[in-house]
Design a protein around this ligand. Structure first.
Ligand code: ZN
Length: 439
């Protein structure tokens, strides 16, 4: 092997951006056998190379390698996946480790494969079809797409939220599908929306929630009340030991003084990286319900502090001791500084959006993105009654995707205030609502 070729040949194929004929020459000159003749009895179609246990496909000028076993595993034809239930009819372990293609067709967009040594019970008529899109990201709701768990979000502060808070009437939210798609688009990007003109009934919070997904039941019940009457086990609006995805609060009565919710968006704290490492404990420890859990204050994509923020887990009222954690003892001075920086950033006036919910209004927010709190109430002069509910994140992401699929144009072209007026945080680009996403 010459000195010039050696480093090139060691690169994974998917990183080689080169003309395919050159790639063929490099491969054959340096001992990679072409198995097309052996497996197919003829040369492979243009853009395809058959190796011993995998197949290389040229996609957008780039060679991507796929093992035969995993290609076979990915087949979604009607023989492999039930048409109605969408359930698989085979197990990955059923696939022979020596499975290879006996026929391959490729037109640059679609790949068709017939197999030798296919799974027992699969006859010679079985053909696997693959679309080029599925090689890029095969997942039903790709995490980095605009409906996924790691979707791009708009950053906002007090000023931009005052200008851009999104309100939808109960009637439109429930009965106008385009208005609902717009609401979900705002929720996906901003993490918070408001519903108004809600009929005066305790049943409404359930109706609003189940439009997004099934209620997440907890030990508080499928829905719950927050009243001004002090209770020992009050919900206090949040529960990080449960950590449900989305939360609703419907105001049924509010005649007290004072704002009802402080909705906080944070700027990137100086100690950001420490906050991705610091795991705080949370607990709910009563006689009938004993929950505990531990979460990093900031969860980033793949745990990479330079990557997107996925969740924020911060709820001082539910915190539990961390005294038995040696790692925290050892790094306490850094962690303490990080927590203080984070807490003071949250409370800066320009980061705090306050709003008093009136009767007939409901706030829907992403529970582990928008930090929320309430001010002191003056309940001597009035009453306060909120009804709350949770919906799981998975269910809401599914609704986002469903909305996007049903009304693609509305989803992508809904105007949402861009980050031009909002503070910037690291790792977030200049996103606008007009962007068409990546998938
Ligand atoms: Zn199949």
């Amino acid at each position: 092997m010459s000195r010039i070729v050696r480093p090139l040949a060691r690169l994974p194929w998917r990183r080689l951006k080169t003309d395919y004929l050159d790639l063929n020459r490099v491969i054959s000159k340096h001992g990679y056998n072409d198995y097309a003749q052996e497996y197919l009895g003829k040369p492979a179609p243009e853009g395809i190379r058959l190796l011993k246990a995998k197949l290389d496909v040229m996609i957008d000028g780039e060679a991507r390698g796929f093992r035969y076993m995993l290609l076979r595993d990915a087949c979604k034809c009607n023989l492999c996946v039930d048409e109605h239930s969408k359930q698989r009819k085979f197990r990955t372990a059923d696939i022979s480790p020596v499975i290879v293609p006996r026929d391959v067709q490729w037109d640059g967009k679609k790949l068709r494969i017939k197999w030798s040594t296919d799974i027992e019970g699969w006859g010679p008529d079985h053909v696997s079809h693959y679309d080029v899109a599925m090689f890029k990201d095969h997942r039903a709701n790709p995490p980095r797409s605009d409906t996924g768990t790691m979707r791009r979000r708009f950053l906002w502060d007090k000023k931009s939220m005052k200008e851009s808070q999104y309100w939808v009437s109960y009637e439109d939210y429930m009965n106008d599908e385009t208005a609902f798609v717009k609401s979900m688009r705002h929720l996906a990007l901003m993490g918070i929306i408001f519903v108004k003109d809600i009929p005066d009934s305790r049943e409404m919070v359930e109706k609003i929630a189940t439009k997004m997904g099934p209620l997440r039941n907890t030990f508080y019940g499928p829905t719950w009340d927050v009243r001004s009457v002090p209770e020992a086990k009050n919900v206090a609006y949040t529960n990080v030991s449960l950590a449900p995805g989305f939360q609703l609060l419907h105001c049924l009565e509010n005649s007290c003084d004072g704002a009802i919710a402080d909705l906080v968006r944070w700027r990137q704290p100086e100690r950001f990286e420490d906050l991705t490492k610091l795991h705080l404990n949370y607990e709910y420890n009563h006689k009938e319900h004993i929950y505990n859990n531990s979460w990093p204050v900031l969860e980033t994509e793949d745990g990479d502090p330079k990557s997107r923020i996925v969740h924020v887990n911060y709820s001082p009222p539910f915190q539990a001791p961390i005294i038995s954690d040696e790692h925290i003892h050892k790094h306490w001075s850094e962690y303490r500084r990080a927590l203080v920086a984070f807490a003071s950033e949250i409370e800066r006036p320009y980061n705090v959006f306050q709003l008093k919910l009136n009767p007939g209004e409901c706030v829907i927010f992403e529970n582990r993105r928008v930090l929320h709190a309430r001010n002191q109430f003056n309940t001597e002069q009035g009453n306060r009654w909120l009804a709350g509910a949770y919906v799981d994140e998975d269910a809401v992401l599914s609704t986002f995707r469903k909305c996007r699929n049903a009304q693609y144009h509305t989803w992508h072209w809904t105007r949402v205030l861009g980050p031009r007026k909002a503070p910037r945080a690291a790792g977030e680009g200049e996103a606008t609502a007009e962007d068409h996403g990546t998938e």
